[in-house]
Design a protein around this ligand. Structure first.
Ligand SMILES: *[C@@H]1O[C@H](CO)[C@@H](O)[C@H](O)[C@H]1NC(C)=O
Ligand SMILES: *[C@@H]1O[C@H](CO)[C@@H](O)[C@H](O)[C@H]1NC(C)=O
Ligand SMILES: *[C@@H]1O[C@H](CO)[C@@H](O)[C@H](O)[C@H]1NC(C)=O
Ligand SMILES: *[C@@H]1O[C@H](CO)[C@@H](O)[C@H](O)[C@H]1NC(C)=O
Ligand SMILES: [Zn+2]
Length: 427
């Protein structure tokens, strides 16, 4: 079946790292991005594309309604050779380096631009991307603007020693009194839009608690645990060195390859299809479940929440594909017992997301609507932490991919907030 062929095809790509020096900033100047339709013999394509040192941009984007497609970046020296292959391919970007340059001027978040202590920061935060240190300050500022109903939290420590930070929000019954809604962003380092959207949701929850009855009701009914960046080492690395880095920055004793895919490192389905035991792969699972420190920290938090009042909803935020992923990812042959209720909630959320900008989100069990991915966080939350809704949401877009222009940050937040409002009203 074509679909399976594509899955193996994607997994088989090596990580083409276009640099010889680890610390030099990786340049993507002149790289062309193509959307390729996978016809014919996948094995031939693999060897042909590997020989061209292409970058696989498709771990999060393998399907489309018109048949399977995948996105790749081709180094400038190999563009002519790639075009000579005569694949059925559409150019998405003529210069990935230029896209990154356009995206990469971080906004200021200095004391002059921040709100007065205790006031909410301005929405200009969502006009651009920001340095990691500014995100940390932003979370502290959000918390300070909601002092009686929130606290800063940490869930363990990254490989390089950064705490996994976040905010815990609660309503009228006081903290830790209700089932959990648990969100984490930027598991994958290069998916910058995810931390921004998670921050936007947090901002709207805090604003809405003043006078929006729907928000008051959801915050009075659930404890929110929100961690916008759970792969801080990888995130920093995308800002200093390689914009397209995906994994954490974990060093292992018996390999020179760096990084574990945190979203393949969980116990449920560990080591199955759509994950790799090869440390140089972009989907390297690690050697054992939870052997990435970031996963280990999140497991402790998940089990705490499961043991306290249970997890109502978990969302692991990703980009890009525009799809709401339900469990399972590790198998296409089994489904959560409450699948019908999950599909109904996801359908309503997708329809609400389309409201502001007509952005189309698909939805369904991850293995069925996107591709197989074993050892992922949402399957763990569903099977090992009792989450009623264990989800992943793949945000915009379908053209720029990971390098989403800053003009799309706010619209992306706005449409997702509409989807969240549907969920708040129907949980
Ligand atoms: C690609 O297509 C062009 C014309 O469309 C043709 O001249 C060329 O021989 C083809 N190359 C291959 C490798 O099929
Ligand atoms: C809450 O109050 C602000 C002004 O203080 C207003 O702009 C907003 O529309 C109100 N929201 C609701 C849901 O009433
Ligand atoms: C590296 O170590 C892990 C366990 O620590 C082991 O499972 C794996 O096989 C080792 N790989 C090699 C190439 O020795
Ligand atoms: C909204 O999107 C759908 C699906 O992509 C498209 O068919 C429709 O024409 C769009 N509507 C508007 C008003 O743009
Ligand atoms: Zn991802």
């Amino acid at each position: 079946m074509m679909f399976l062929g594509i899955v193996y095809f994607l997994v088989a790509f090596g990580t083409a790292v276009p640099t010889t020096q680890r610390d030099a900033k990786v340049s993507y100047d002149g790289y062309k991005v193509y959307k390729v339709a996978a016809h014919g013999d996948a094995a031939d394509l693999i060897s042909e594309l590997d020989a061209l040192s292409i970058i696989d941009l498709s771990h999060s984007h393998a399907g489309s309604e018109n048949g399977a497609t995948f996105n790749i970046a081709v180094p400038p020296d190999n563009v002519a050779a790639f075009e000579a292959l005569n694949l059925s391919a559409e150019i998405l970007s003529g210069d990935l380096g230029a896209d990154i340059a356009a995206e990469g001027s971080f906004g200021e978040y200095s004391s002059t631009l921040r709100a007065n202590s205790g006031d909410l920061p301005s929405l200009t935060w969502f006009d651009s991307y920001h340095a990691y240190e500014d995100h940390i300050q932003y979370w502290a500022d959000l918390q300070a603007a909601f002092p009686d109903n929130s606290e800063l939290i940490e869930a363990g420590t990254s490989f390089e020693g950064r705490p996994l930070q976040g905010i815990h929000l609660w309503g009228s019954s006081g903290k830790d009194s209700k089932p959990a809604i648990f969100f984490n962003g930027n598991v994958h380092a290069r998916e910058w839009i995810t931390s921004k959207v998670v921050e936007y949701i947090t901002y709207q929850l805090i604003v809405g608690y003043e006078n929006d009855t729907l928000v008051q009701s959801v915050l009075d009914s659930y404890d929110f645990y929100i961690l916008p960046v759970v792969n801080p080492d990888g995130f920093v690395y995308t800002q200093t060195t390689d914009r397209l880095w995906r994994k954490n920055r974990q060093i292992r004793t018996n390999t020179t390859a760096i990084g574990t895919d945190i979203n393949r490192n969980w116990a449920v389905g560990f080591g199955g299809g759509g994950s790799s035991s090869d440390p140089s792969s972009g989907t390297f699972s690690g050697y054992a479940p939870g052997d990435a420190p970031e996963t280990a920290g999140l497991i402790v938090l998940a089990q705490e929440l499961a043991g306290r009042h249970g997890i109502k909803l978990y969302v692991d935020w990703h980009s890009y594909a525009q799809v709401i992923l339900l469990s399972y990812g590790y198998t296409c042959d089994a489904f959560p017992a409450n699948l019908e209720a999950q599909l109904a909630l996801a359908a309503g959320a997708a329809a609400a997301i389309a409201g502001p900008y007509n952005t189309t989100f698909d939805y369904g069990p991850g293995c069925v609507v996107l591709y197989q991915s074993s050892g992922n966080g949402r399957d763990y939350m569903t099977d090992a932490a009792g989450a009623e809704y264990g989800w992943g949401i793949e945000l915009r877009d379908t053209r720029y991919g990971f390098v989403l222009p800053p003009e799309q940050i706010l619209p992306s937040g706005e449409e997702i907030w509409e989807g969240m409002r549907y969920i708040w009203a129907n949980l």
